[in-house]
Design a protein around this ligand. Sequence first.
Ligand SMILES: Cc1ncc(COP(=O)(O)O)c(C=O)c1O
Length: 448
Amino acid sequence: MSSENRTSVPNSLNEHWMPFTSNKDFKENPRLITEAKGVYLTNHQGKTQIDASSGLFCNPLGHGREEIINAITNQLKKLDYAQPFQQGFGGSFELATKIAKHTPGNLNRIFYTMCGSSAVETAIKISIAYHRANGQGERFRIIGRERGYHGMHIGGTSVGGMINNVKTFANILMPGVVHMRHTHLPEHKFVSGQPETGAELANDLERICANFGAENISACIVEPIAGSTGTLVPPKGYLQRLREICDKHGILLIFDEVITGWGRTGSPFASQEFDVIPDIMTMAKATTNGIVPMGAVACKEEIYDTVMDASPKGSVELFHGYTYSGIPVAVAAALAVQDIFEKEDIFNRAKKLTPYFQKGLFSLQDIDCVDNIRGYGMMGGIDMKLNTKPGKAGFECFKACYEAGVNFKATGDCLIIAPQFICEEKHIDEIIDKLRTGITSYQKNQKN
Ligand SMILES: Cc1ncc(COP(=O)(O)O)c(C=O)c1O
């Protein structure tokens, strides 16, 4: 059947094993999205919903952007695939130059991956490769953080710190990983922006150095704002302190900017927003406005140079890469996205919209079943009070909000809100109104 003739509602839901989904629940009562345009989605019942999480943080420019669709179509007609090992095509170099213009400091060497998870694996491997090339092959430990999310490959799962993602796979995780505590303190209730307290939690890294030997540690990886766990904003001074400790011990600092990258905080990257430059940085999601899978890792020039210099000319310097590293269709989408970033001054647009969004978000704190709200830039997390078991309130509330016409991602008991940057104030109003309706309706049903 050609794709145009495919029905929006399939005959069978049995064969597709859905990711991060309650499959049994979904298949009894499916939520199928059939169309998307701008800030709106349409579902298989013909109902319109506002997209309050930019898909999975990946479509800040809105759905159905003609410029991106045209760029992809033209690229496919001209060159649909070029293998990325020992050959290339011009677009991936052009894109790397454009990305490097936005990355902080001299993180000007760009390695393409397929997604956020593969970007994290790549960042970890590059840190190891760098130290080996530097004569420090004993540095093998990677330091992560509780409540971190770094994708679902083995390295990322190991350094991540969300219990449900880890416990099933405990026996196959990467060795040598140690976790710092997360940064969410009880006094951080209903704090908008960076909390004043908690910077000292960064000293966990110093303790780990004392306990495990800093000379064994390759890198410390954190999300500048922990996104998937519900927008944990770094306490003031926290990231600066991590940077100091890493510098003191020769540990590489990796910022996982898969969510925060490309404007979510109002700056191109959270690194610039918080004025801390990592050694390695990941990005994905918004790189192509979520339309074609793509991720990238940006490294300091000296990391690249060290790895290059350690190998004789003519040999492969880094034995790592993917069949889909920087393929033409992804590059075409990303180049079109770069054009839109520039033409529509997108990062400033996100920055300007932030106060309006944050005000709306925090206006929901009067609802009884709301336990906490956090927010920074164009992202926010709403914690629901615990229901009978963890995760139930989040999921039930998500479904009530879906019925109310607002779509987002829920993780555990947190509703994750991350509107598109193309939103106008009226769209933010609509998101907040519909969230209020959905959350209140969830609350009422609990009481009945
Ligand atoms: C910070 C972070 N790193 C990595 C990932 C994994 O990205 P992907 O799902 O594209 O593999 C995510 C996804 O949400 C993320 O938020």
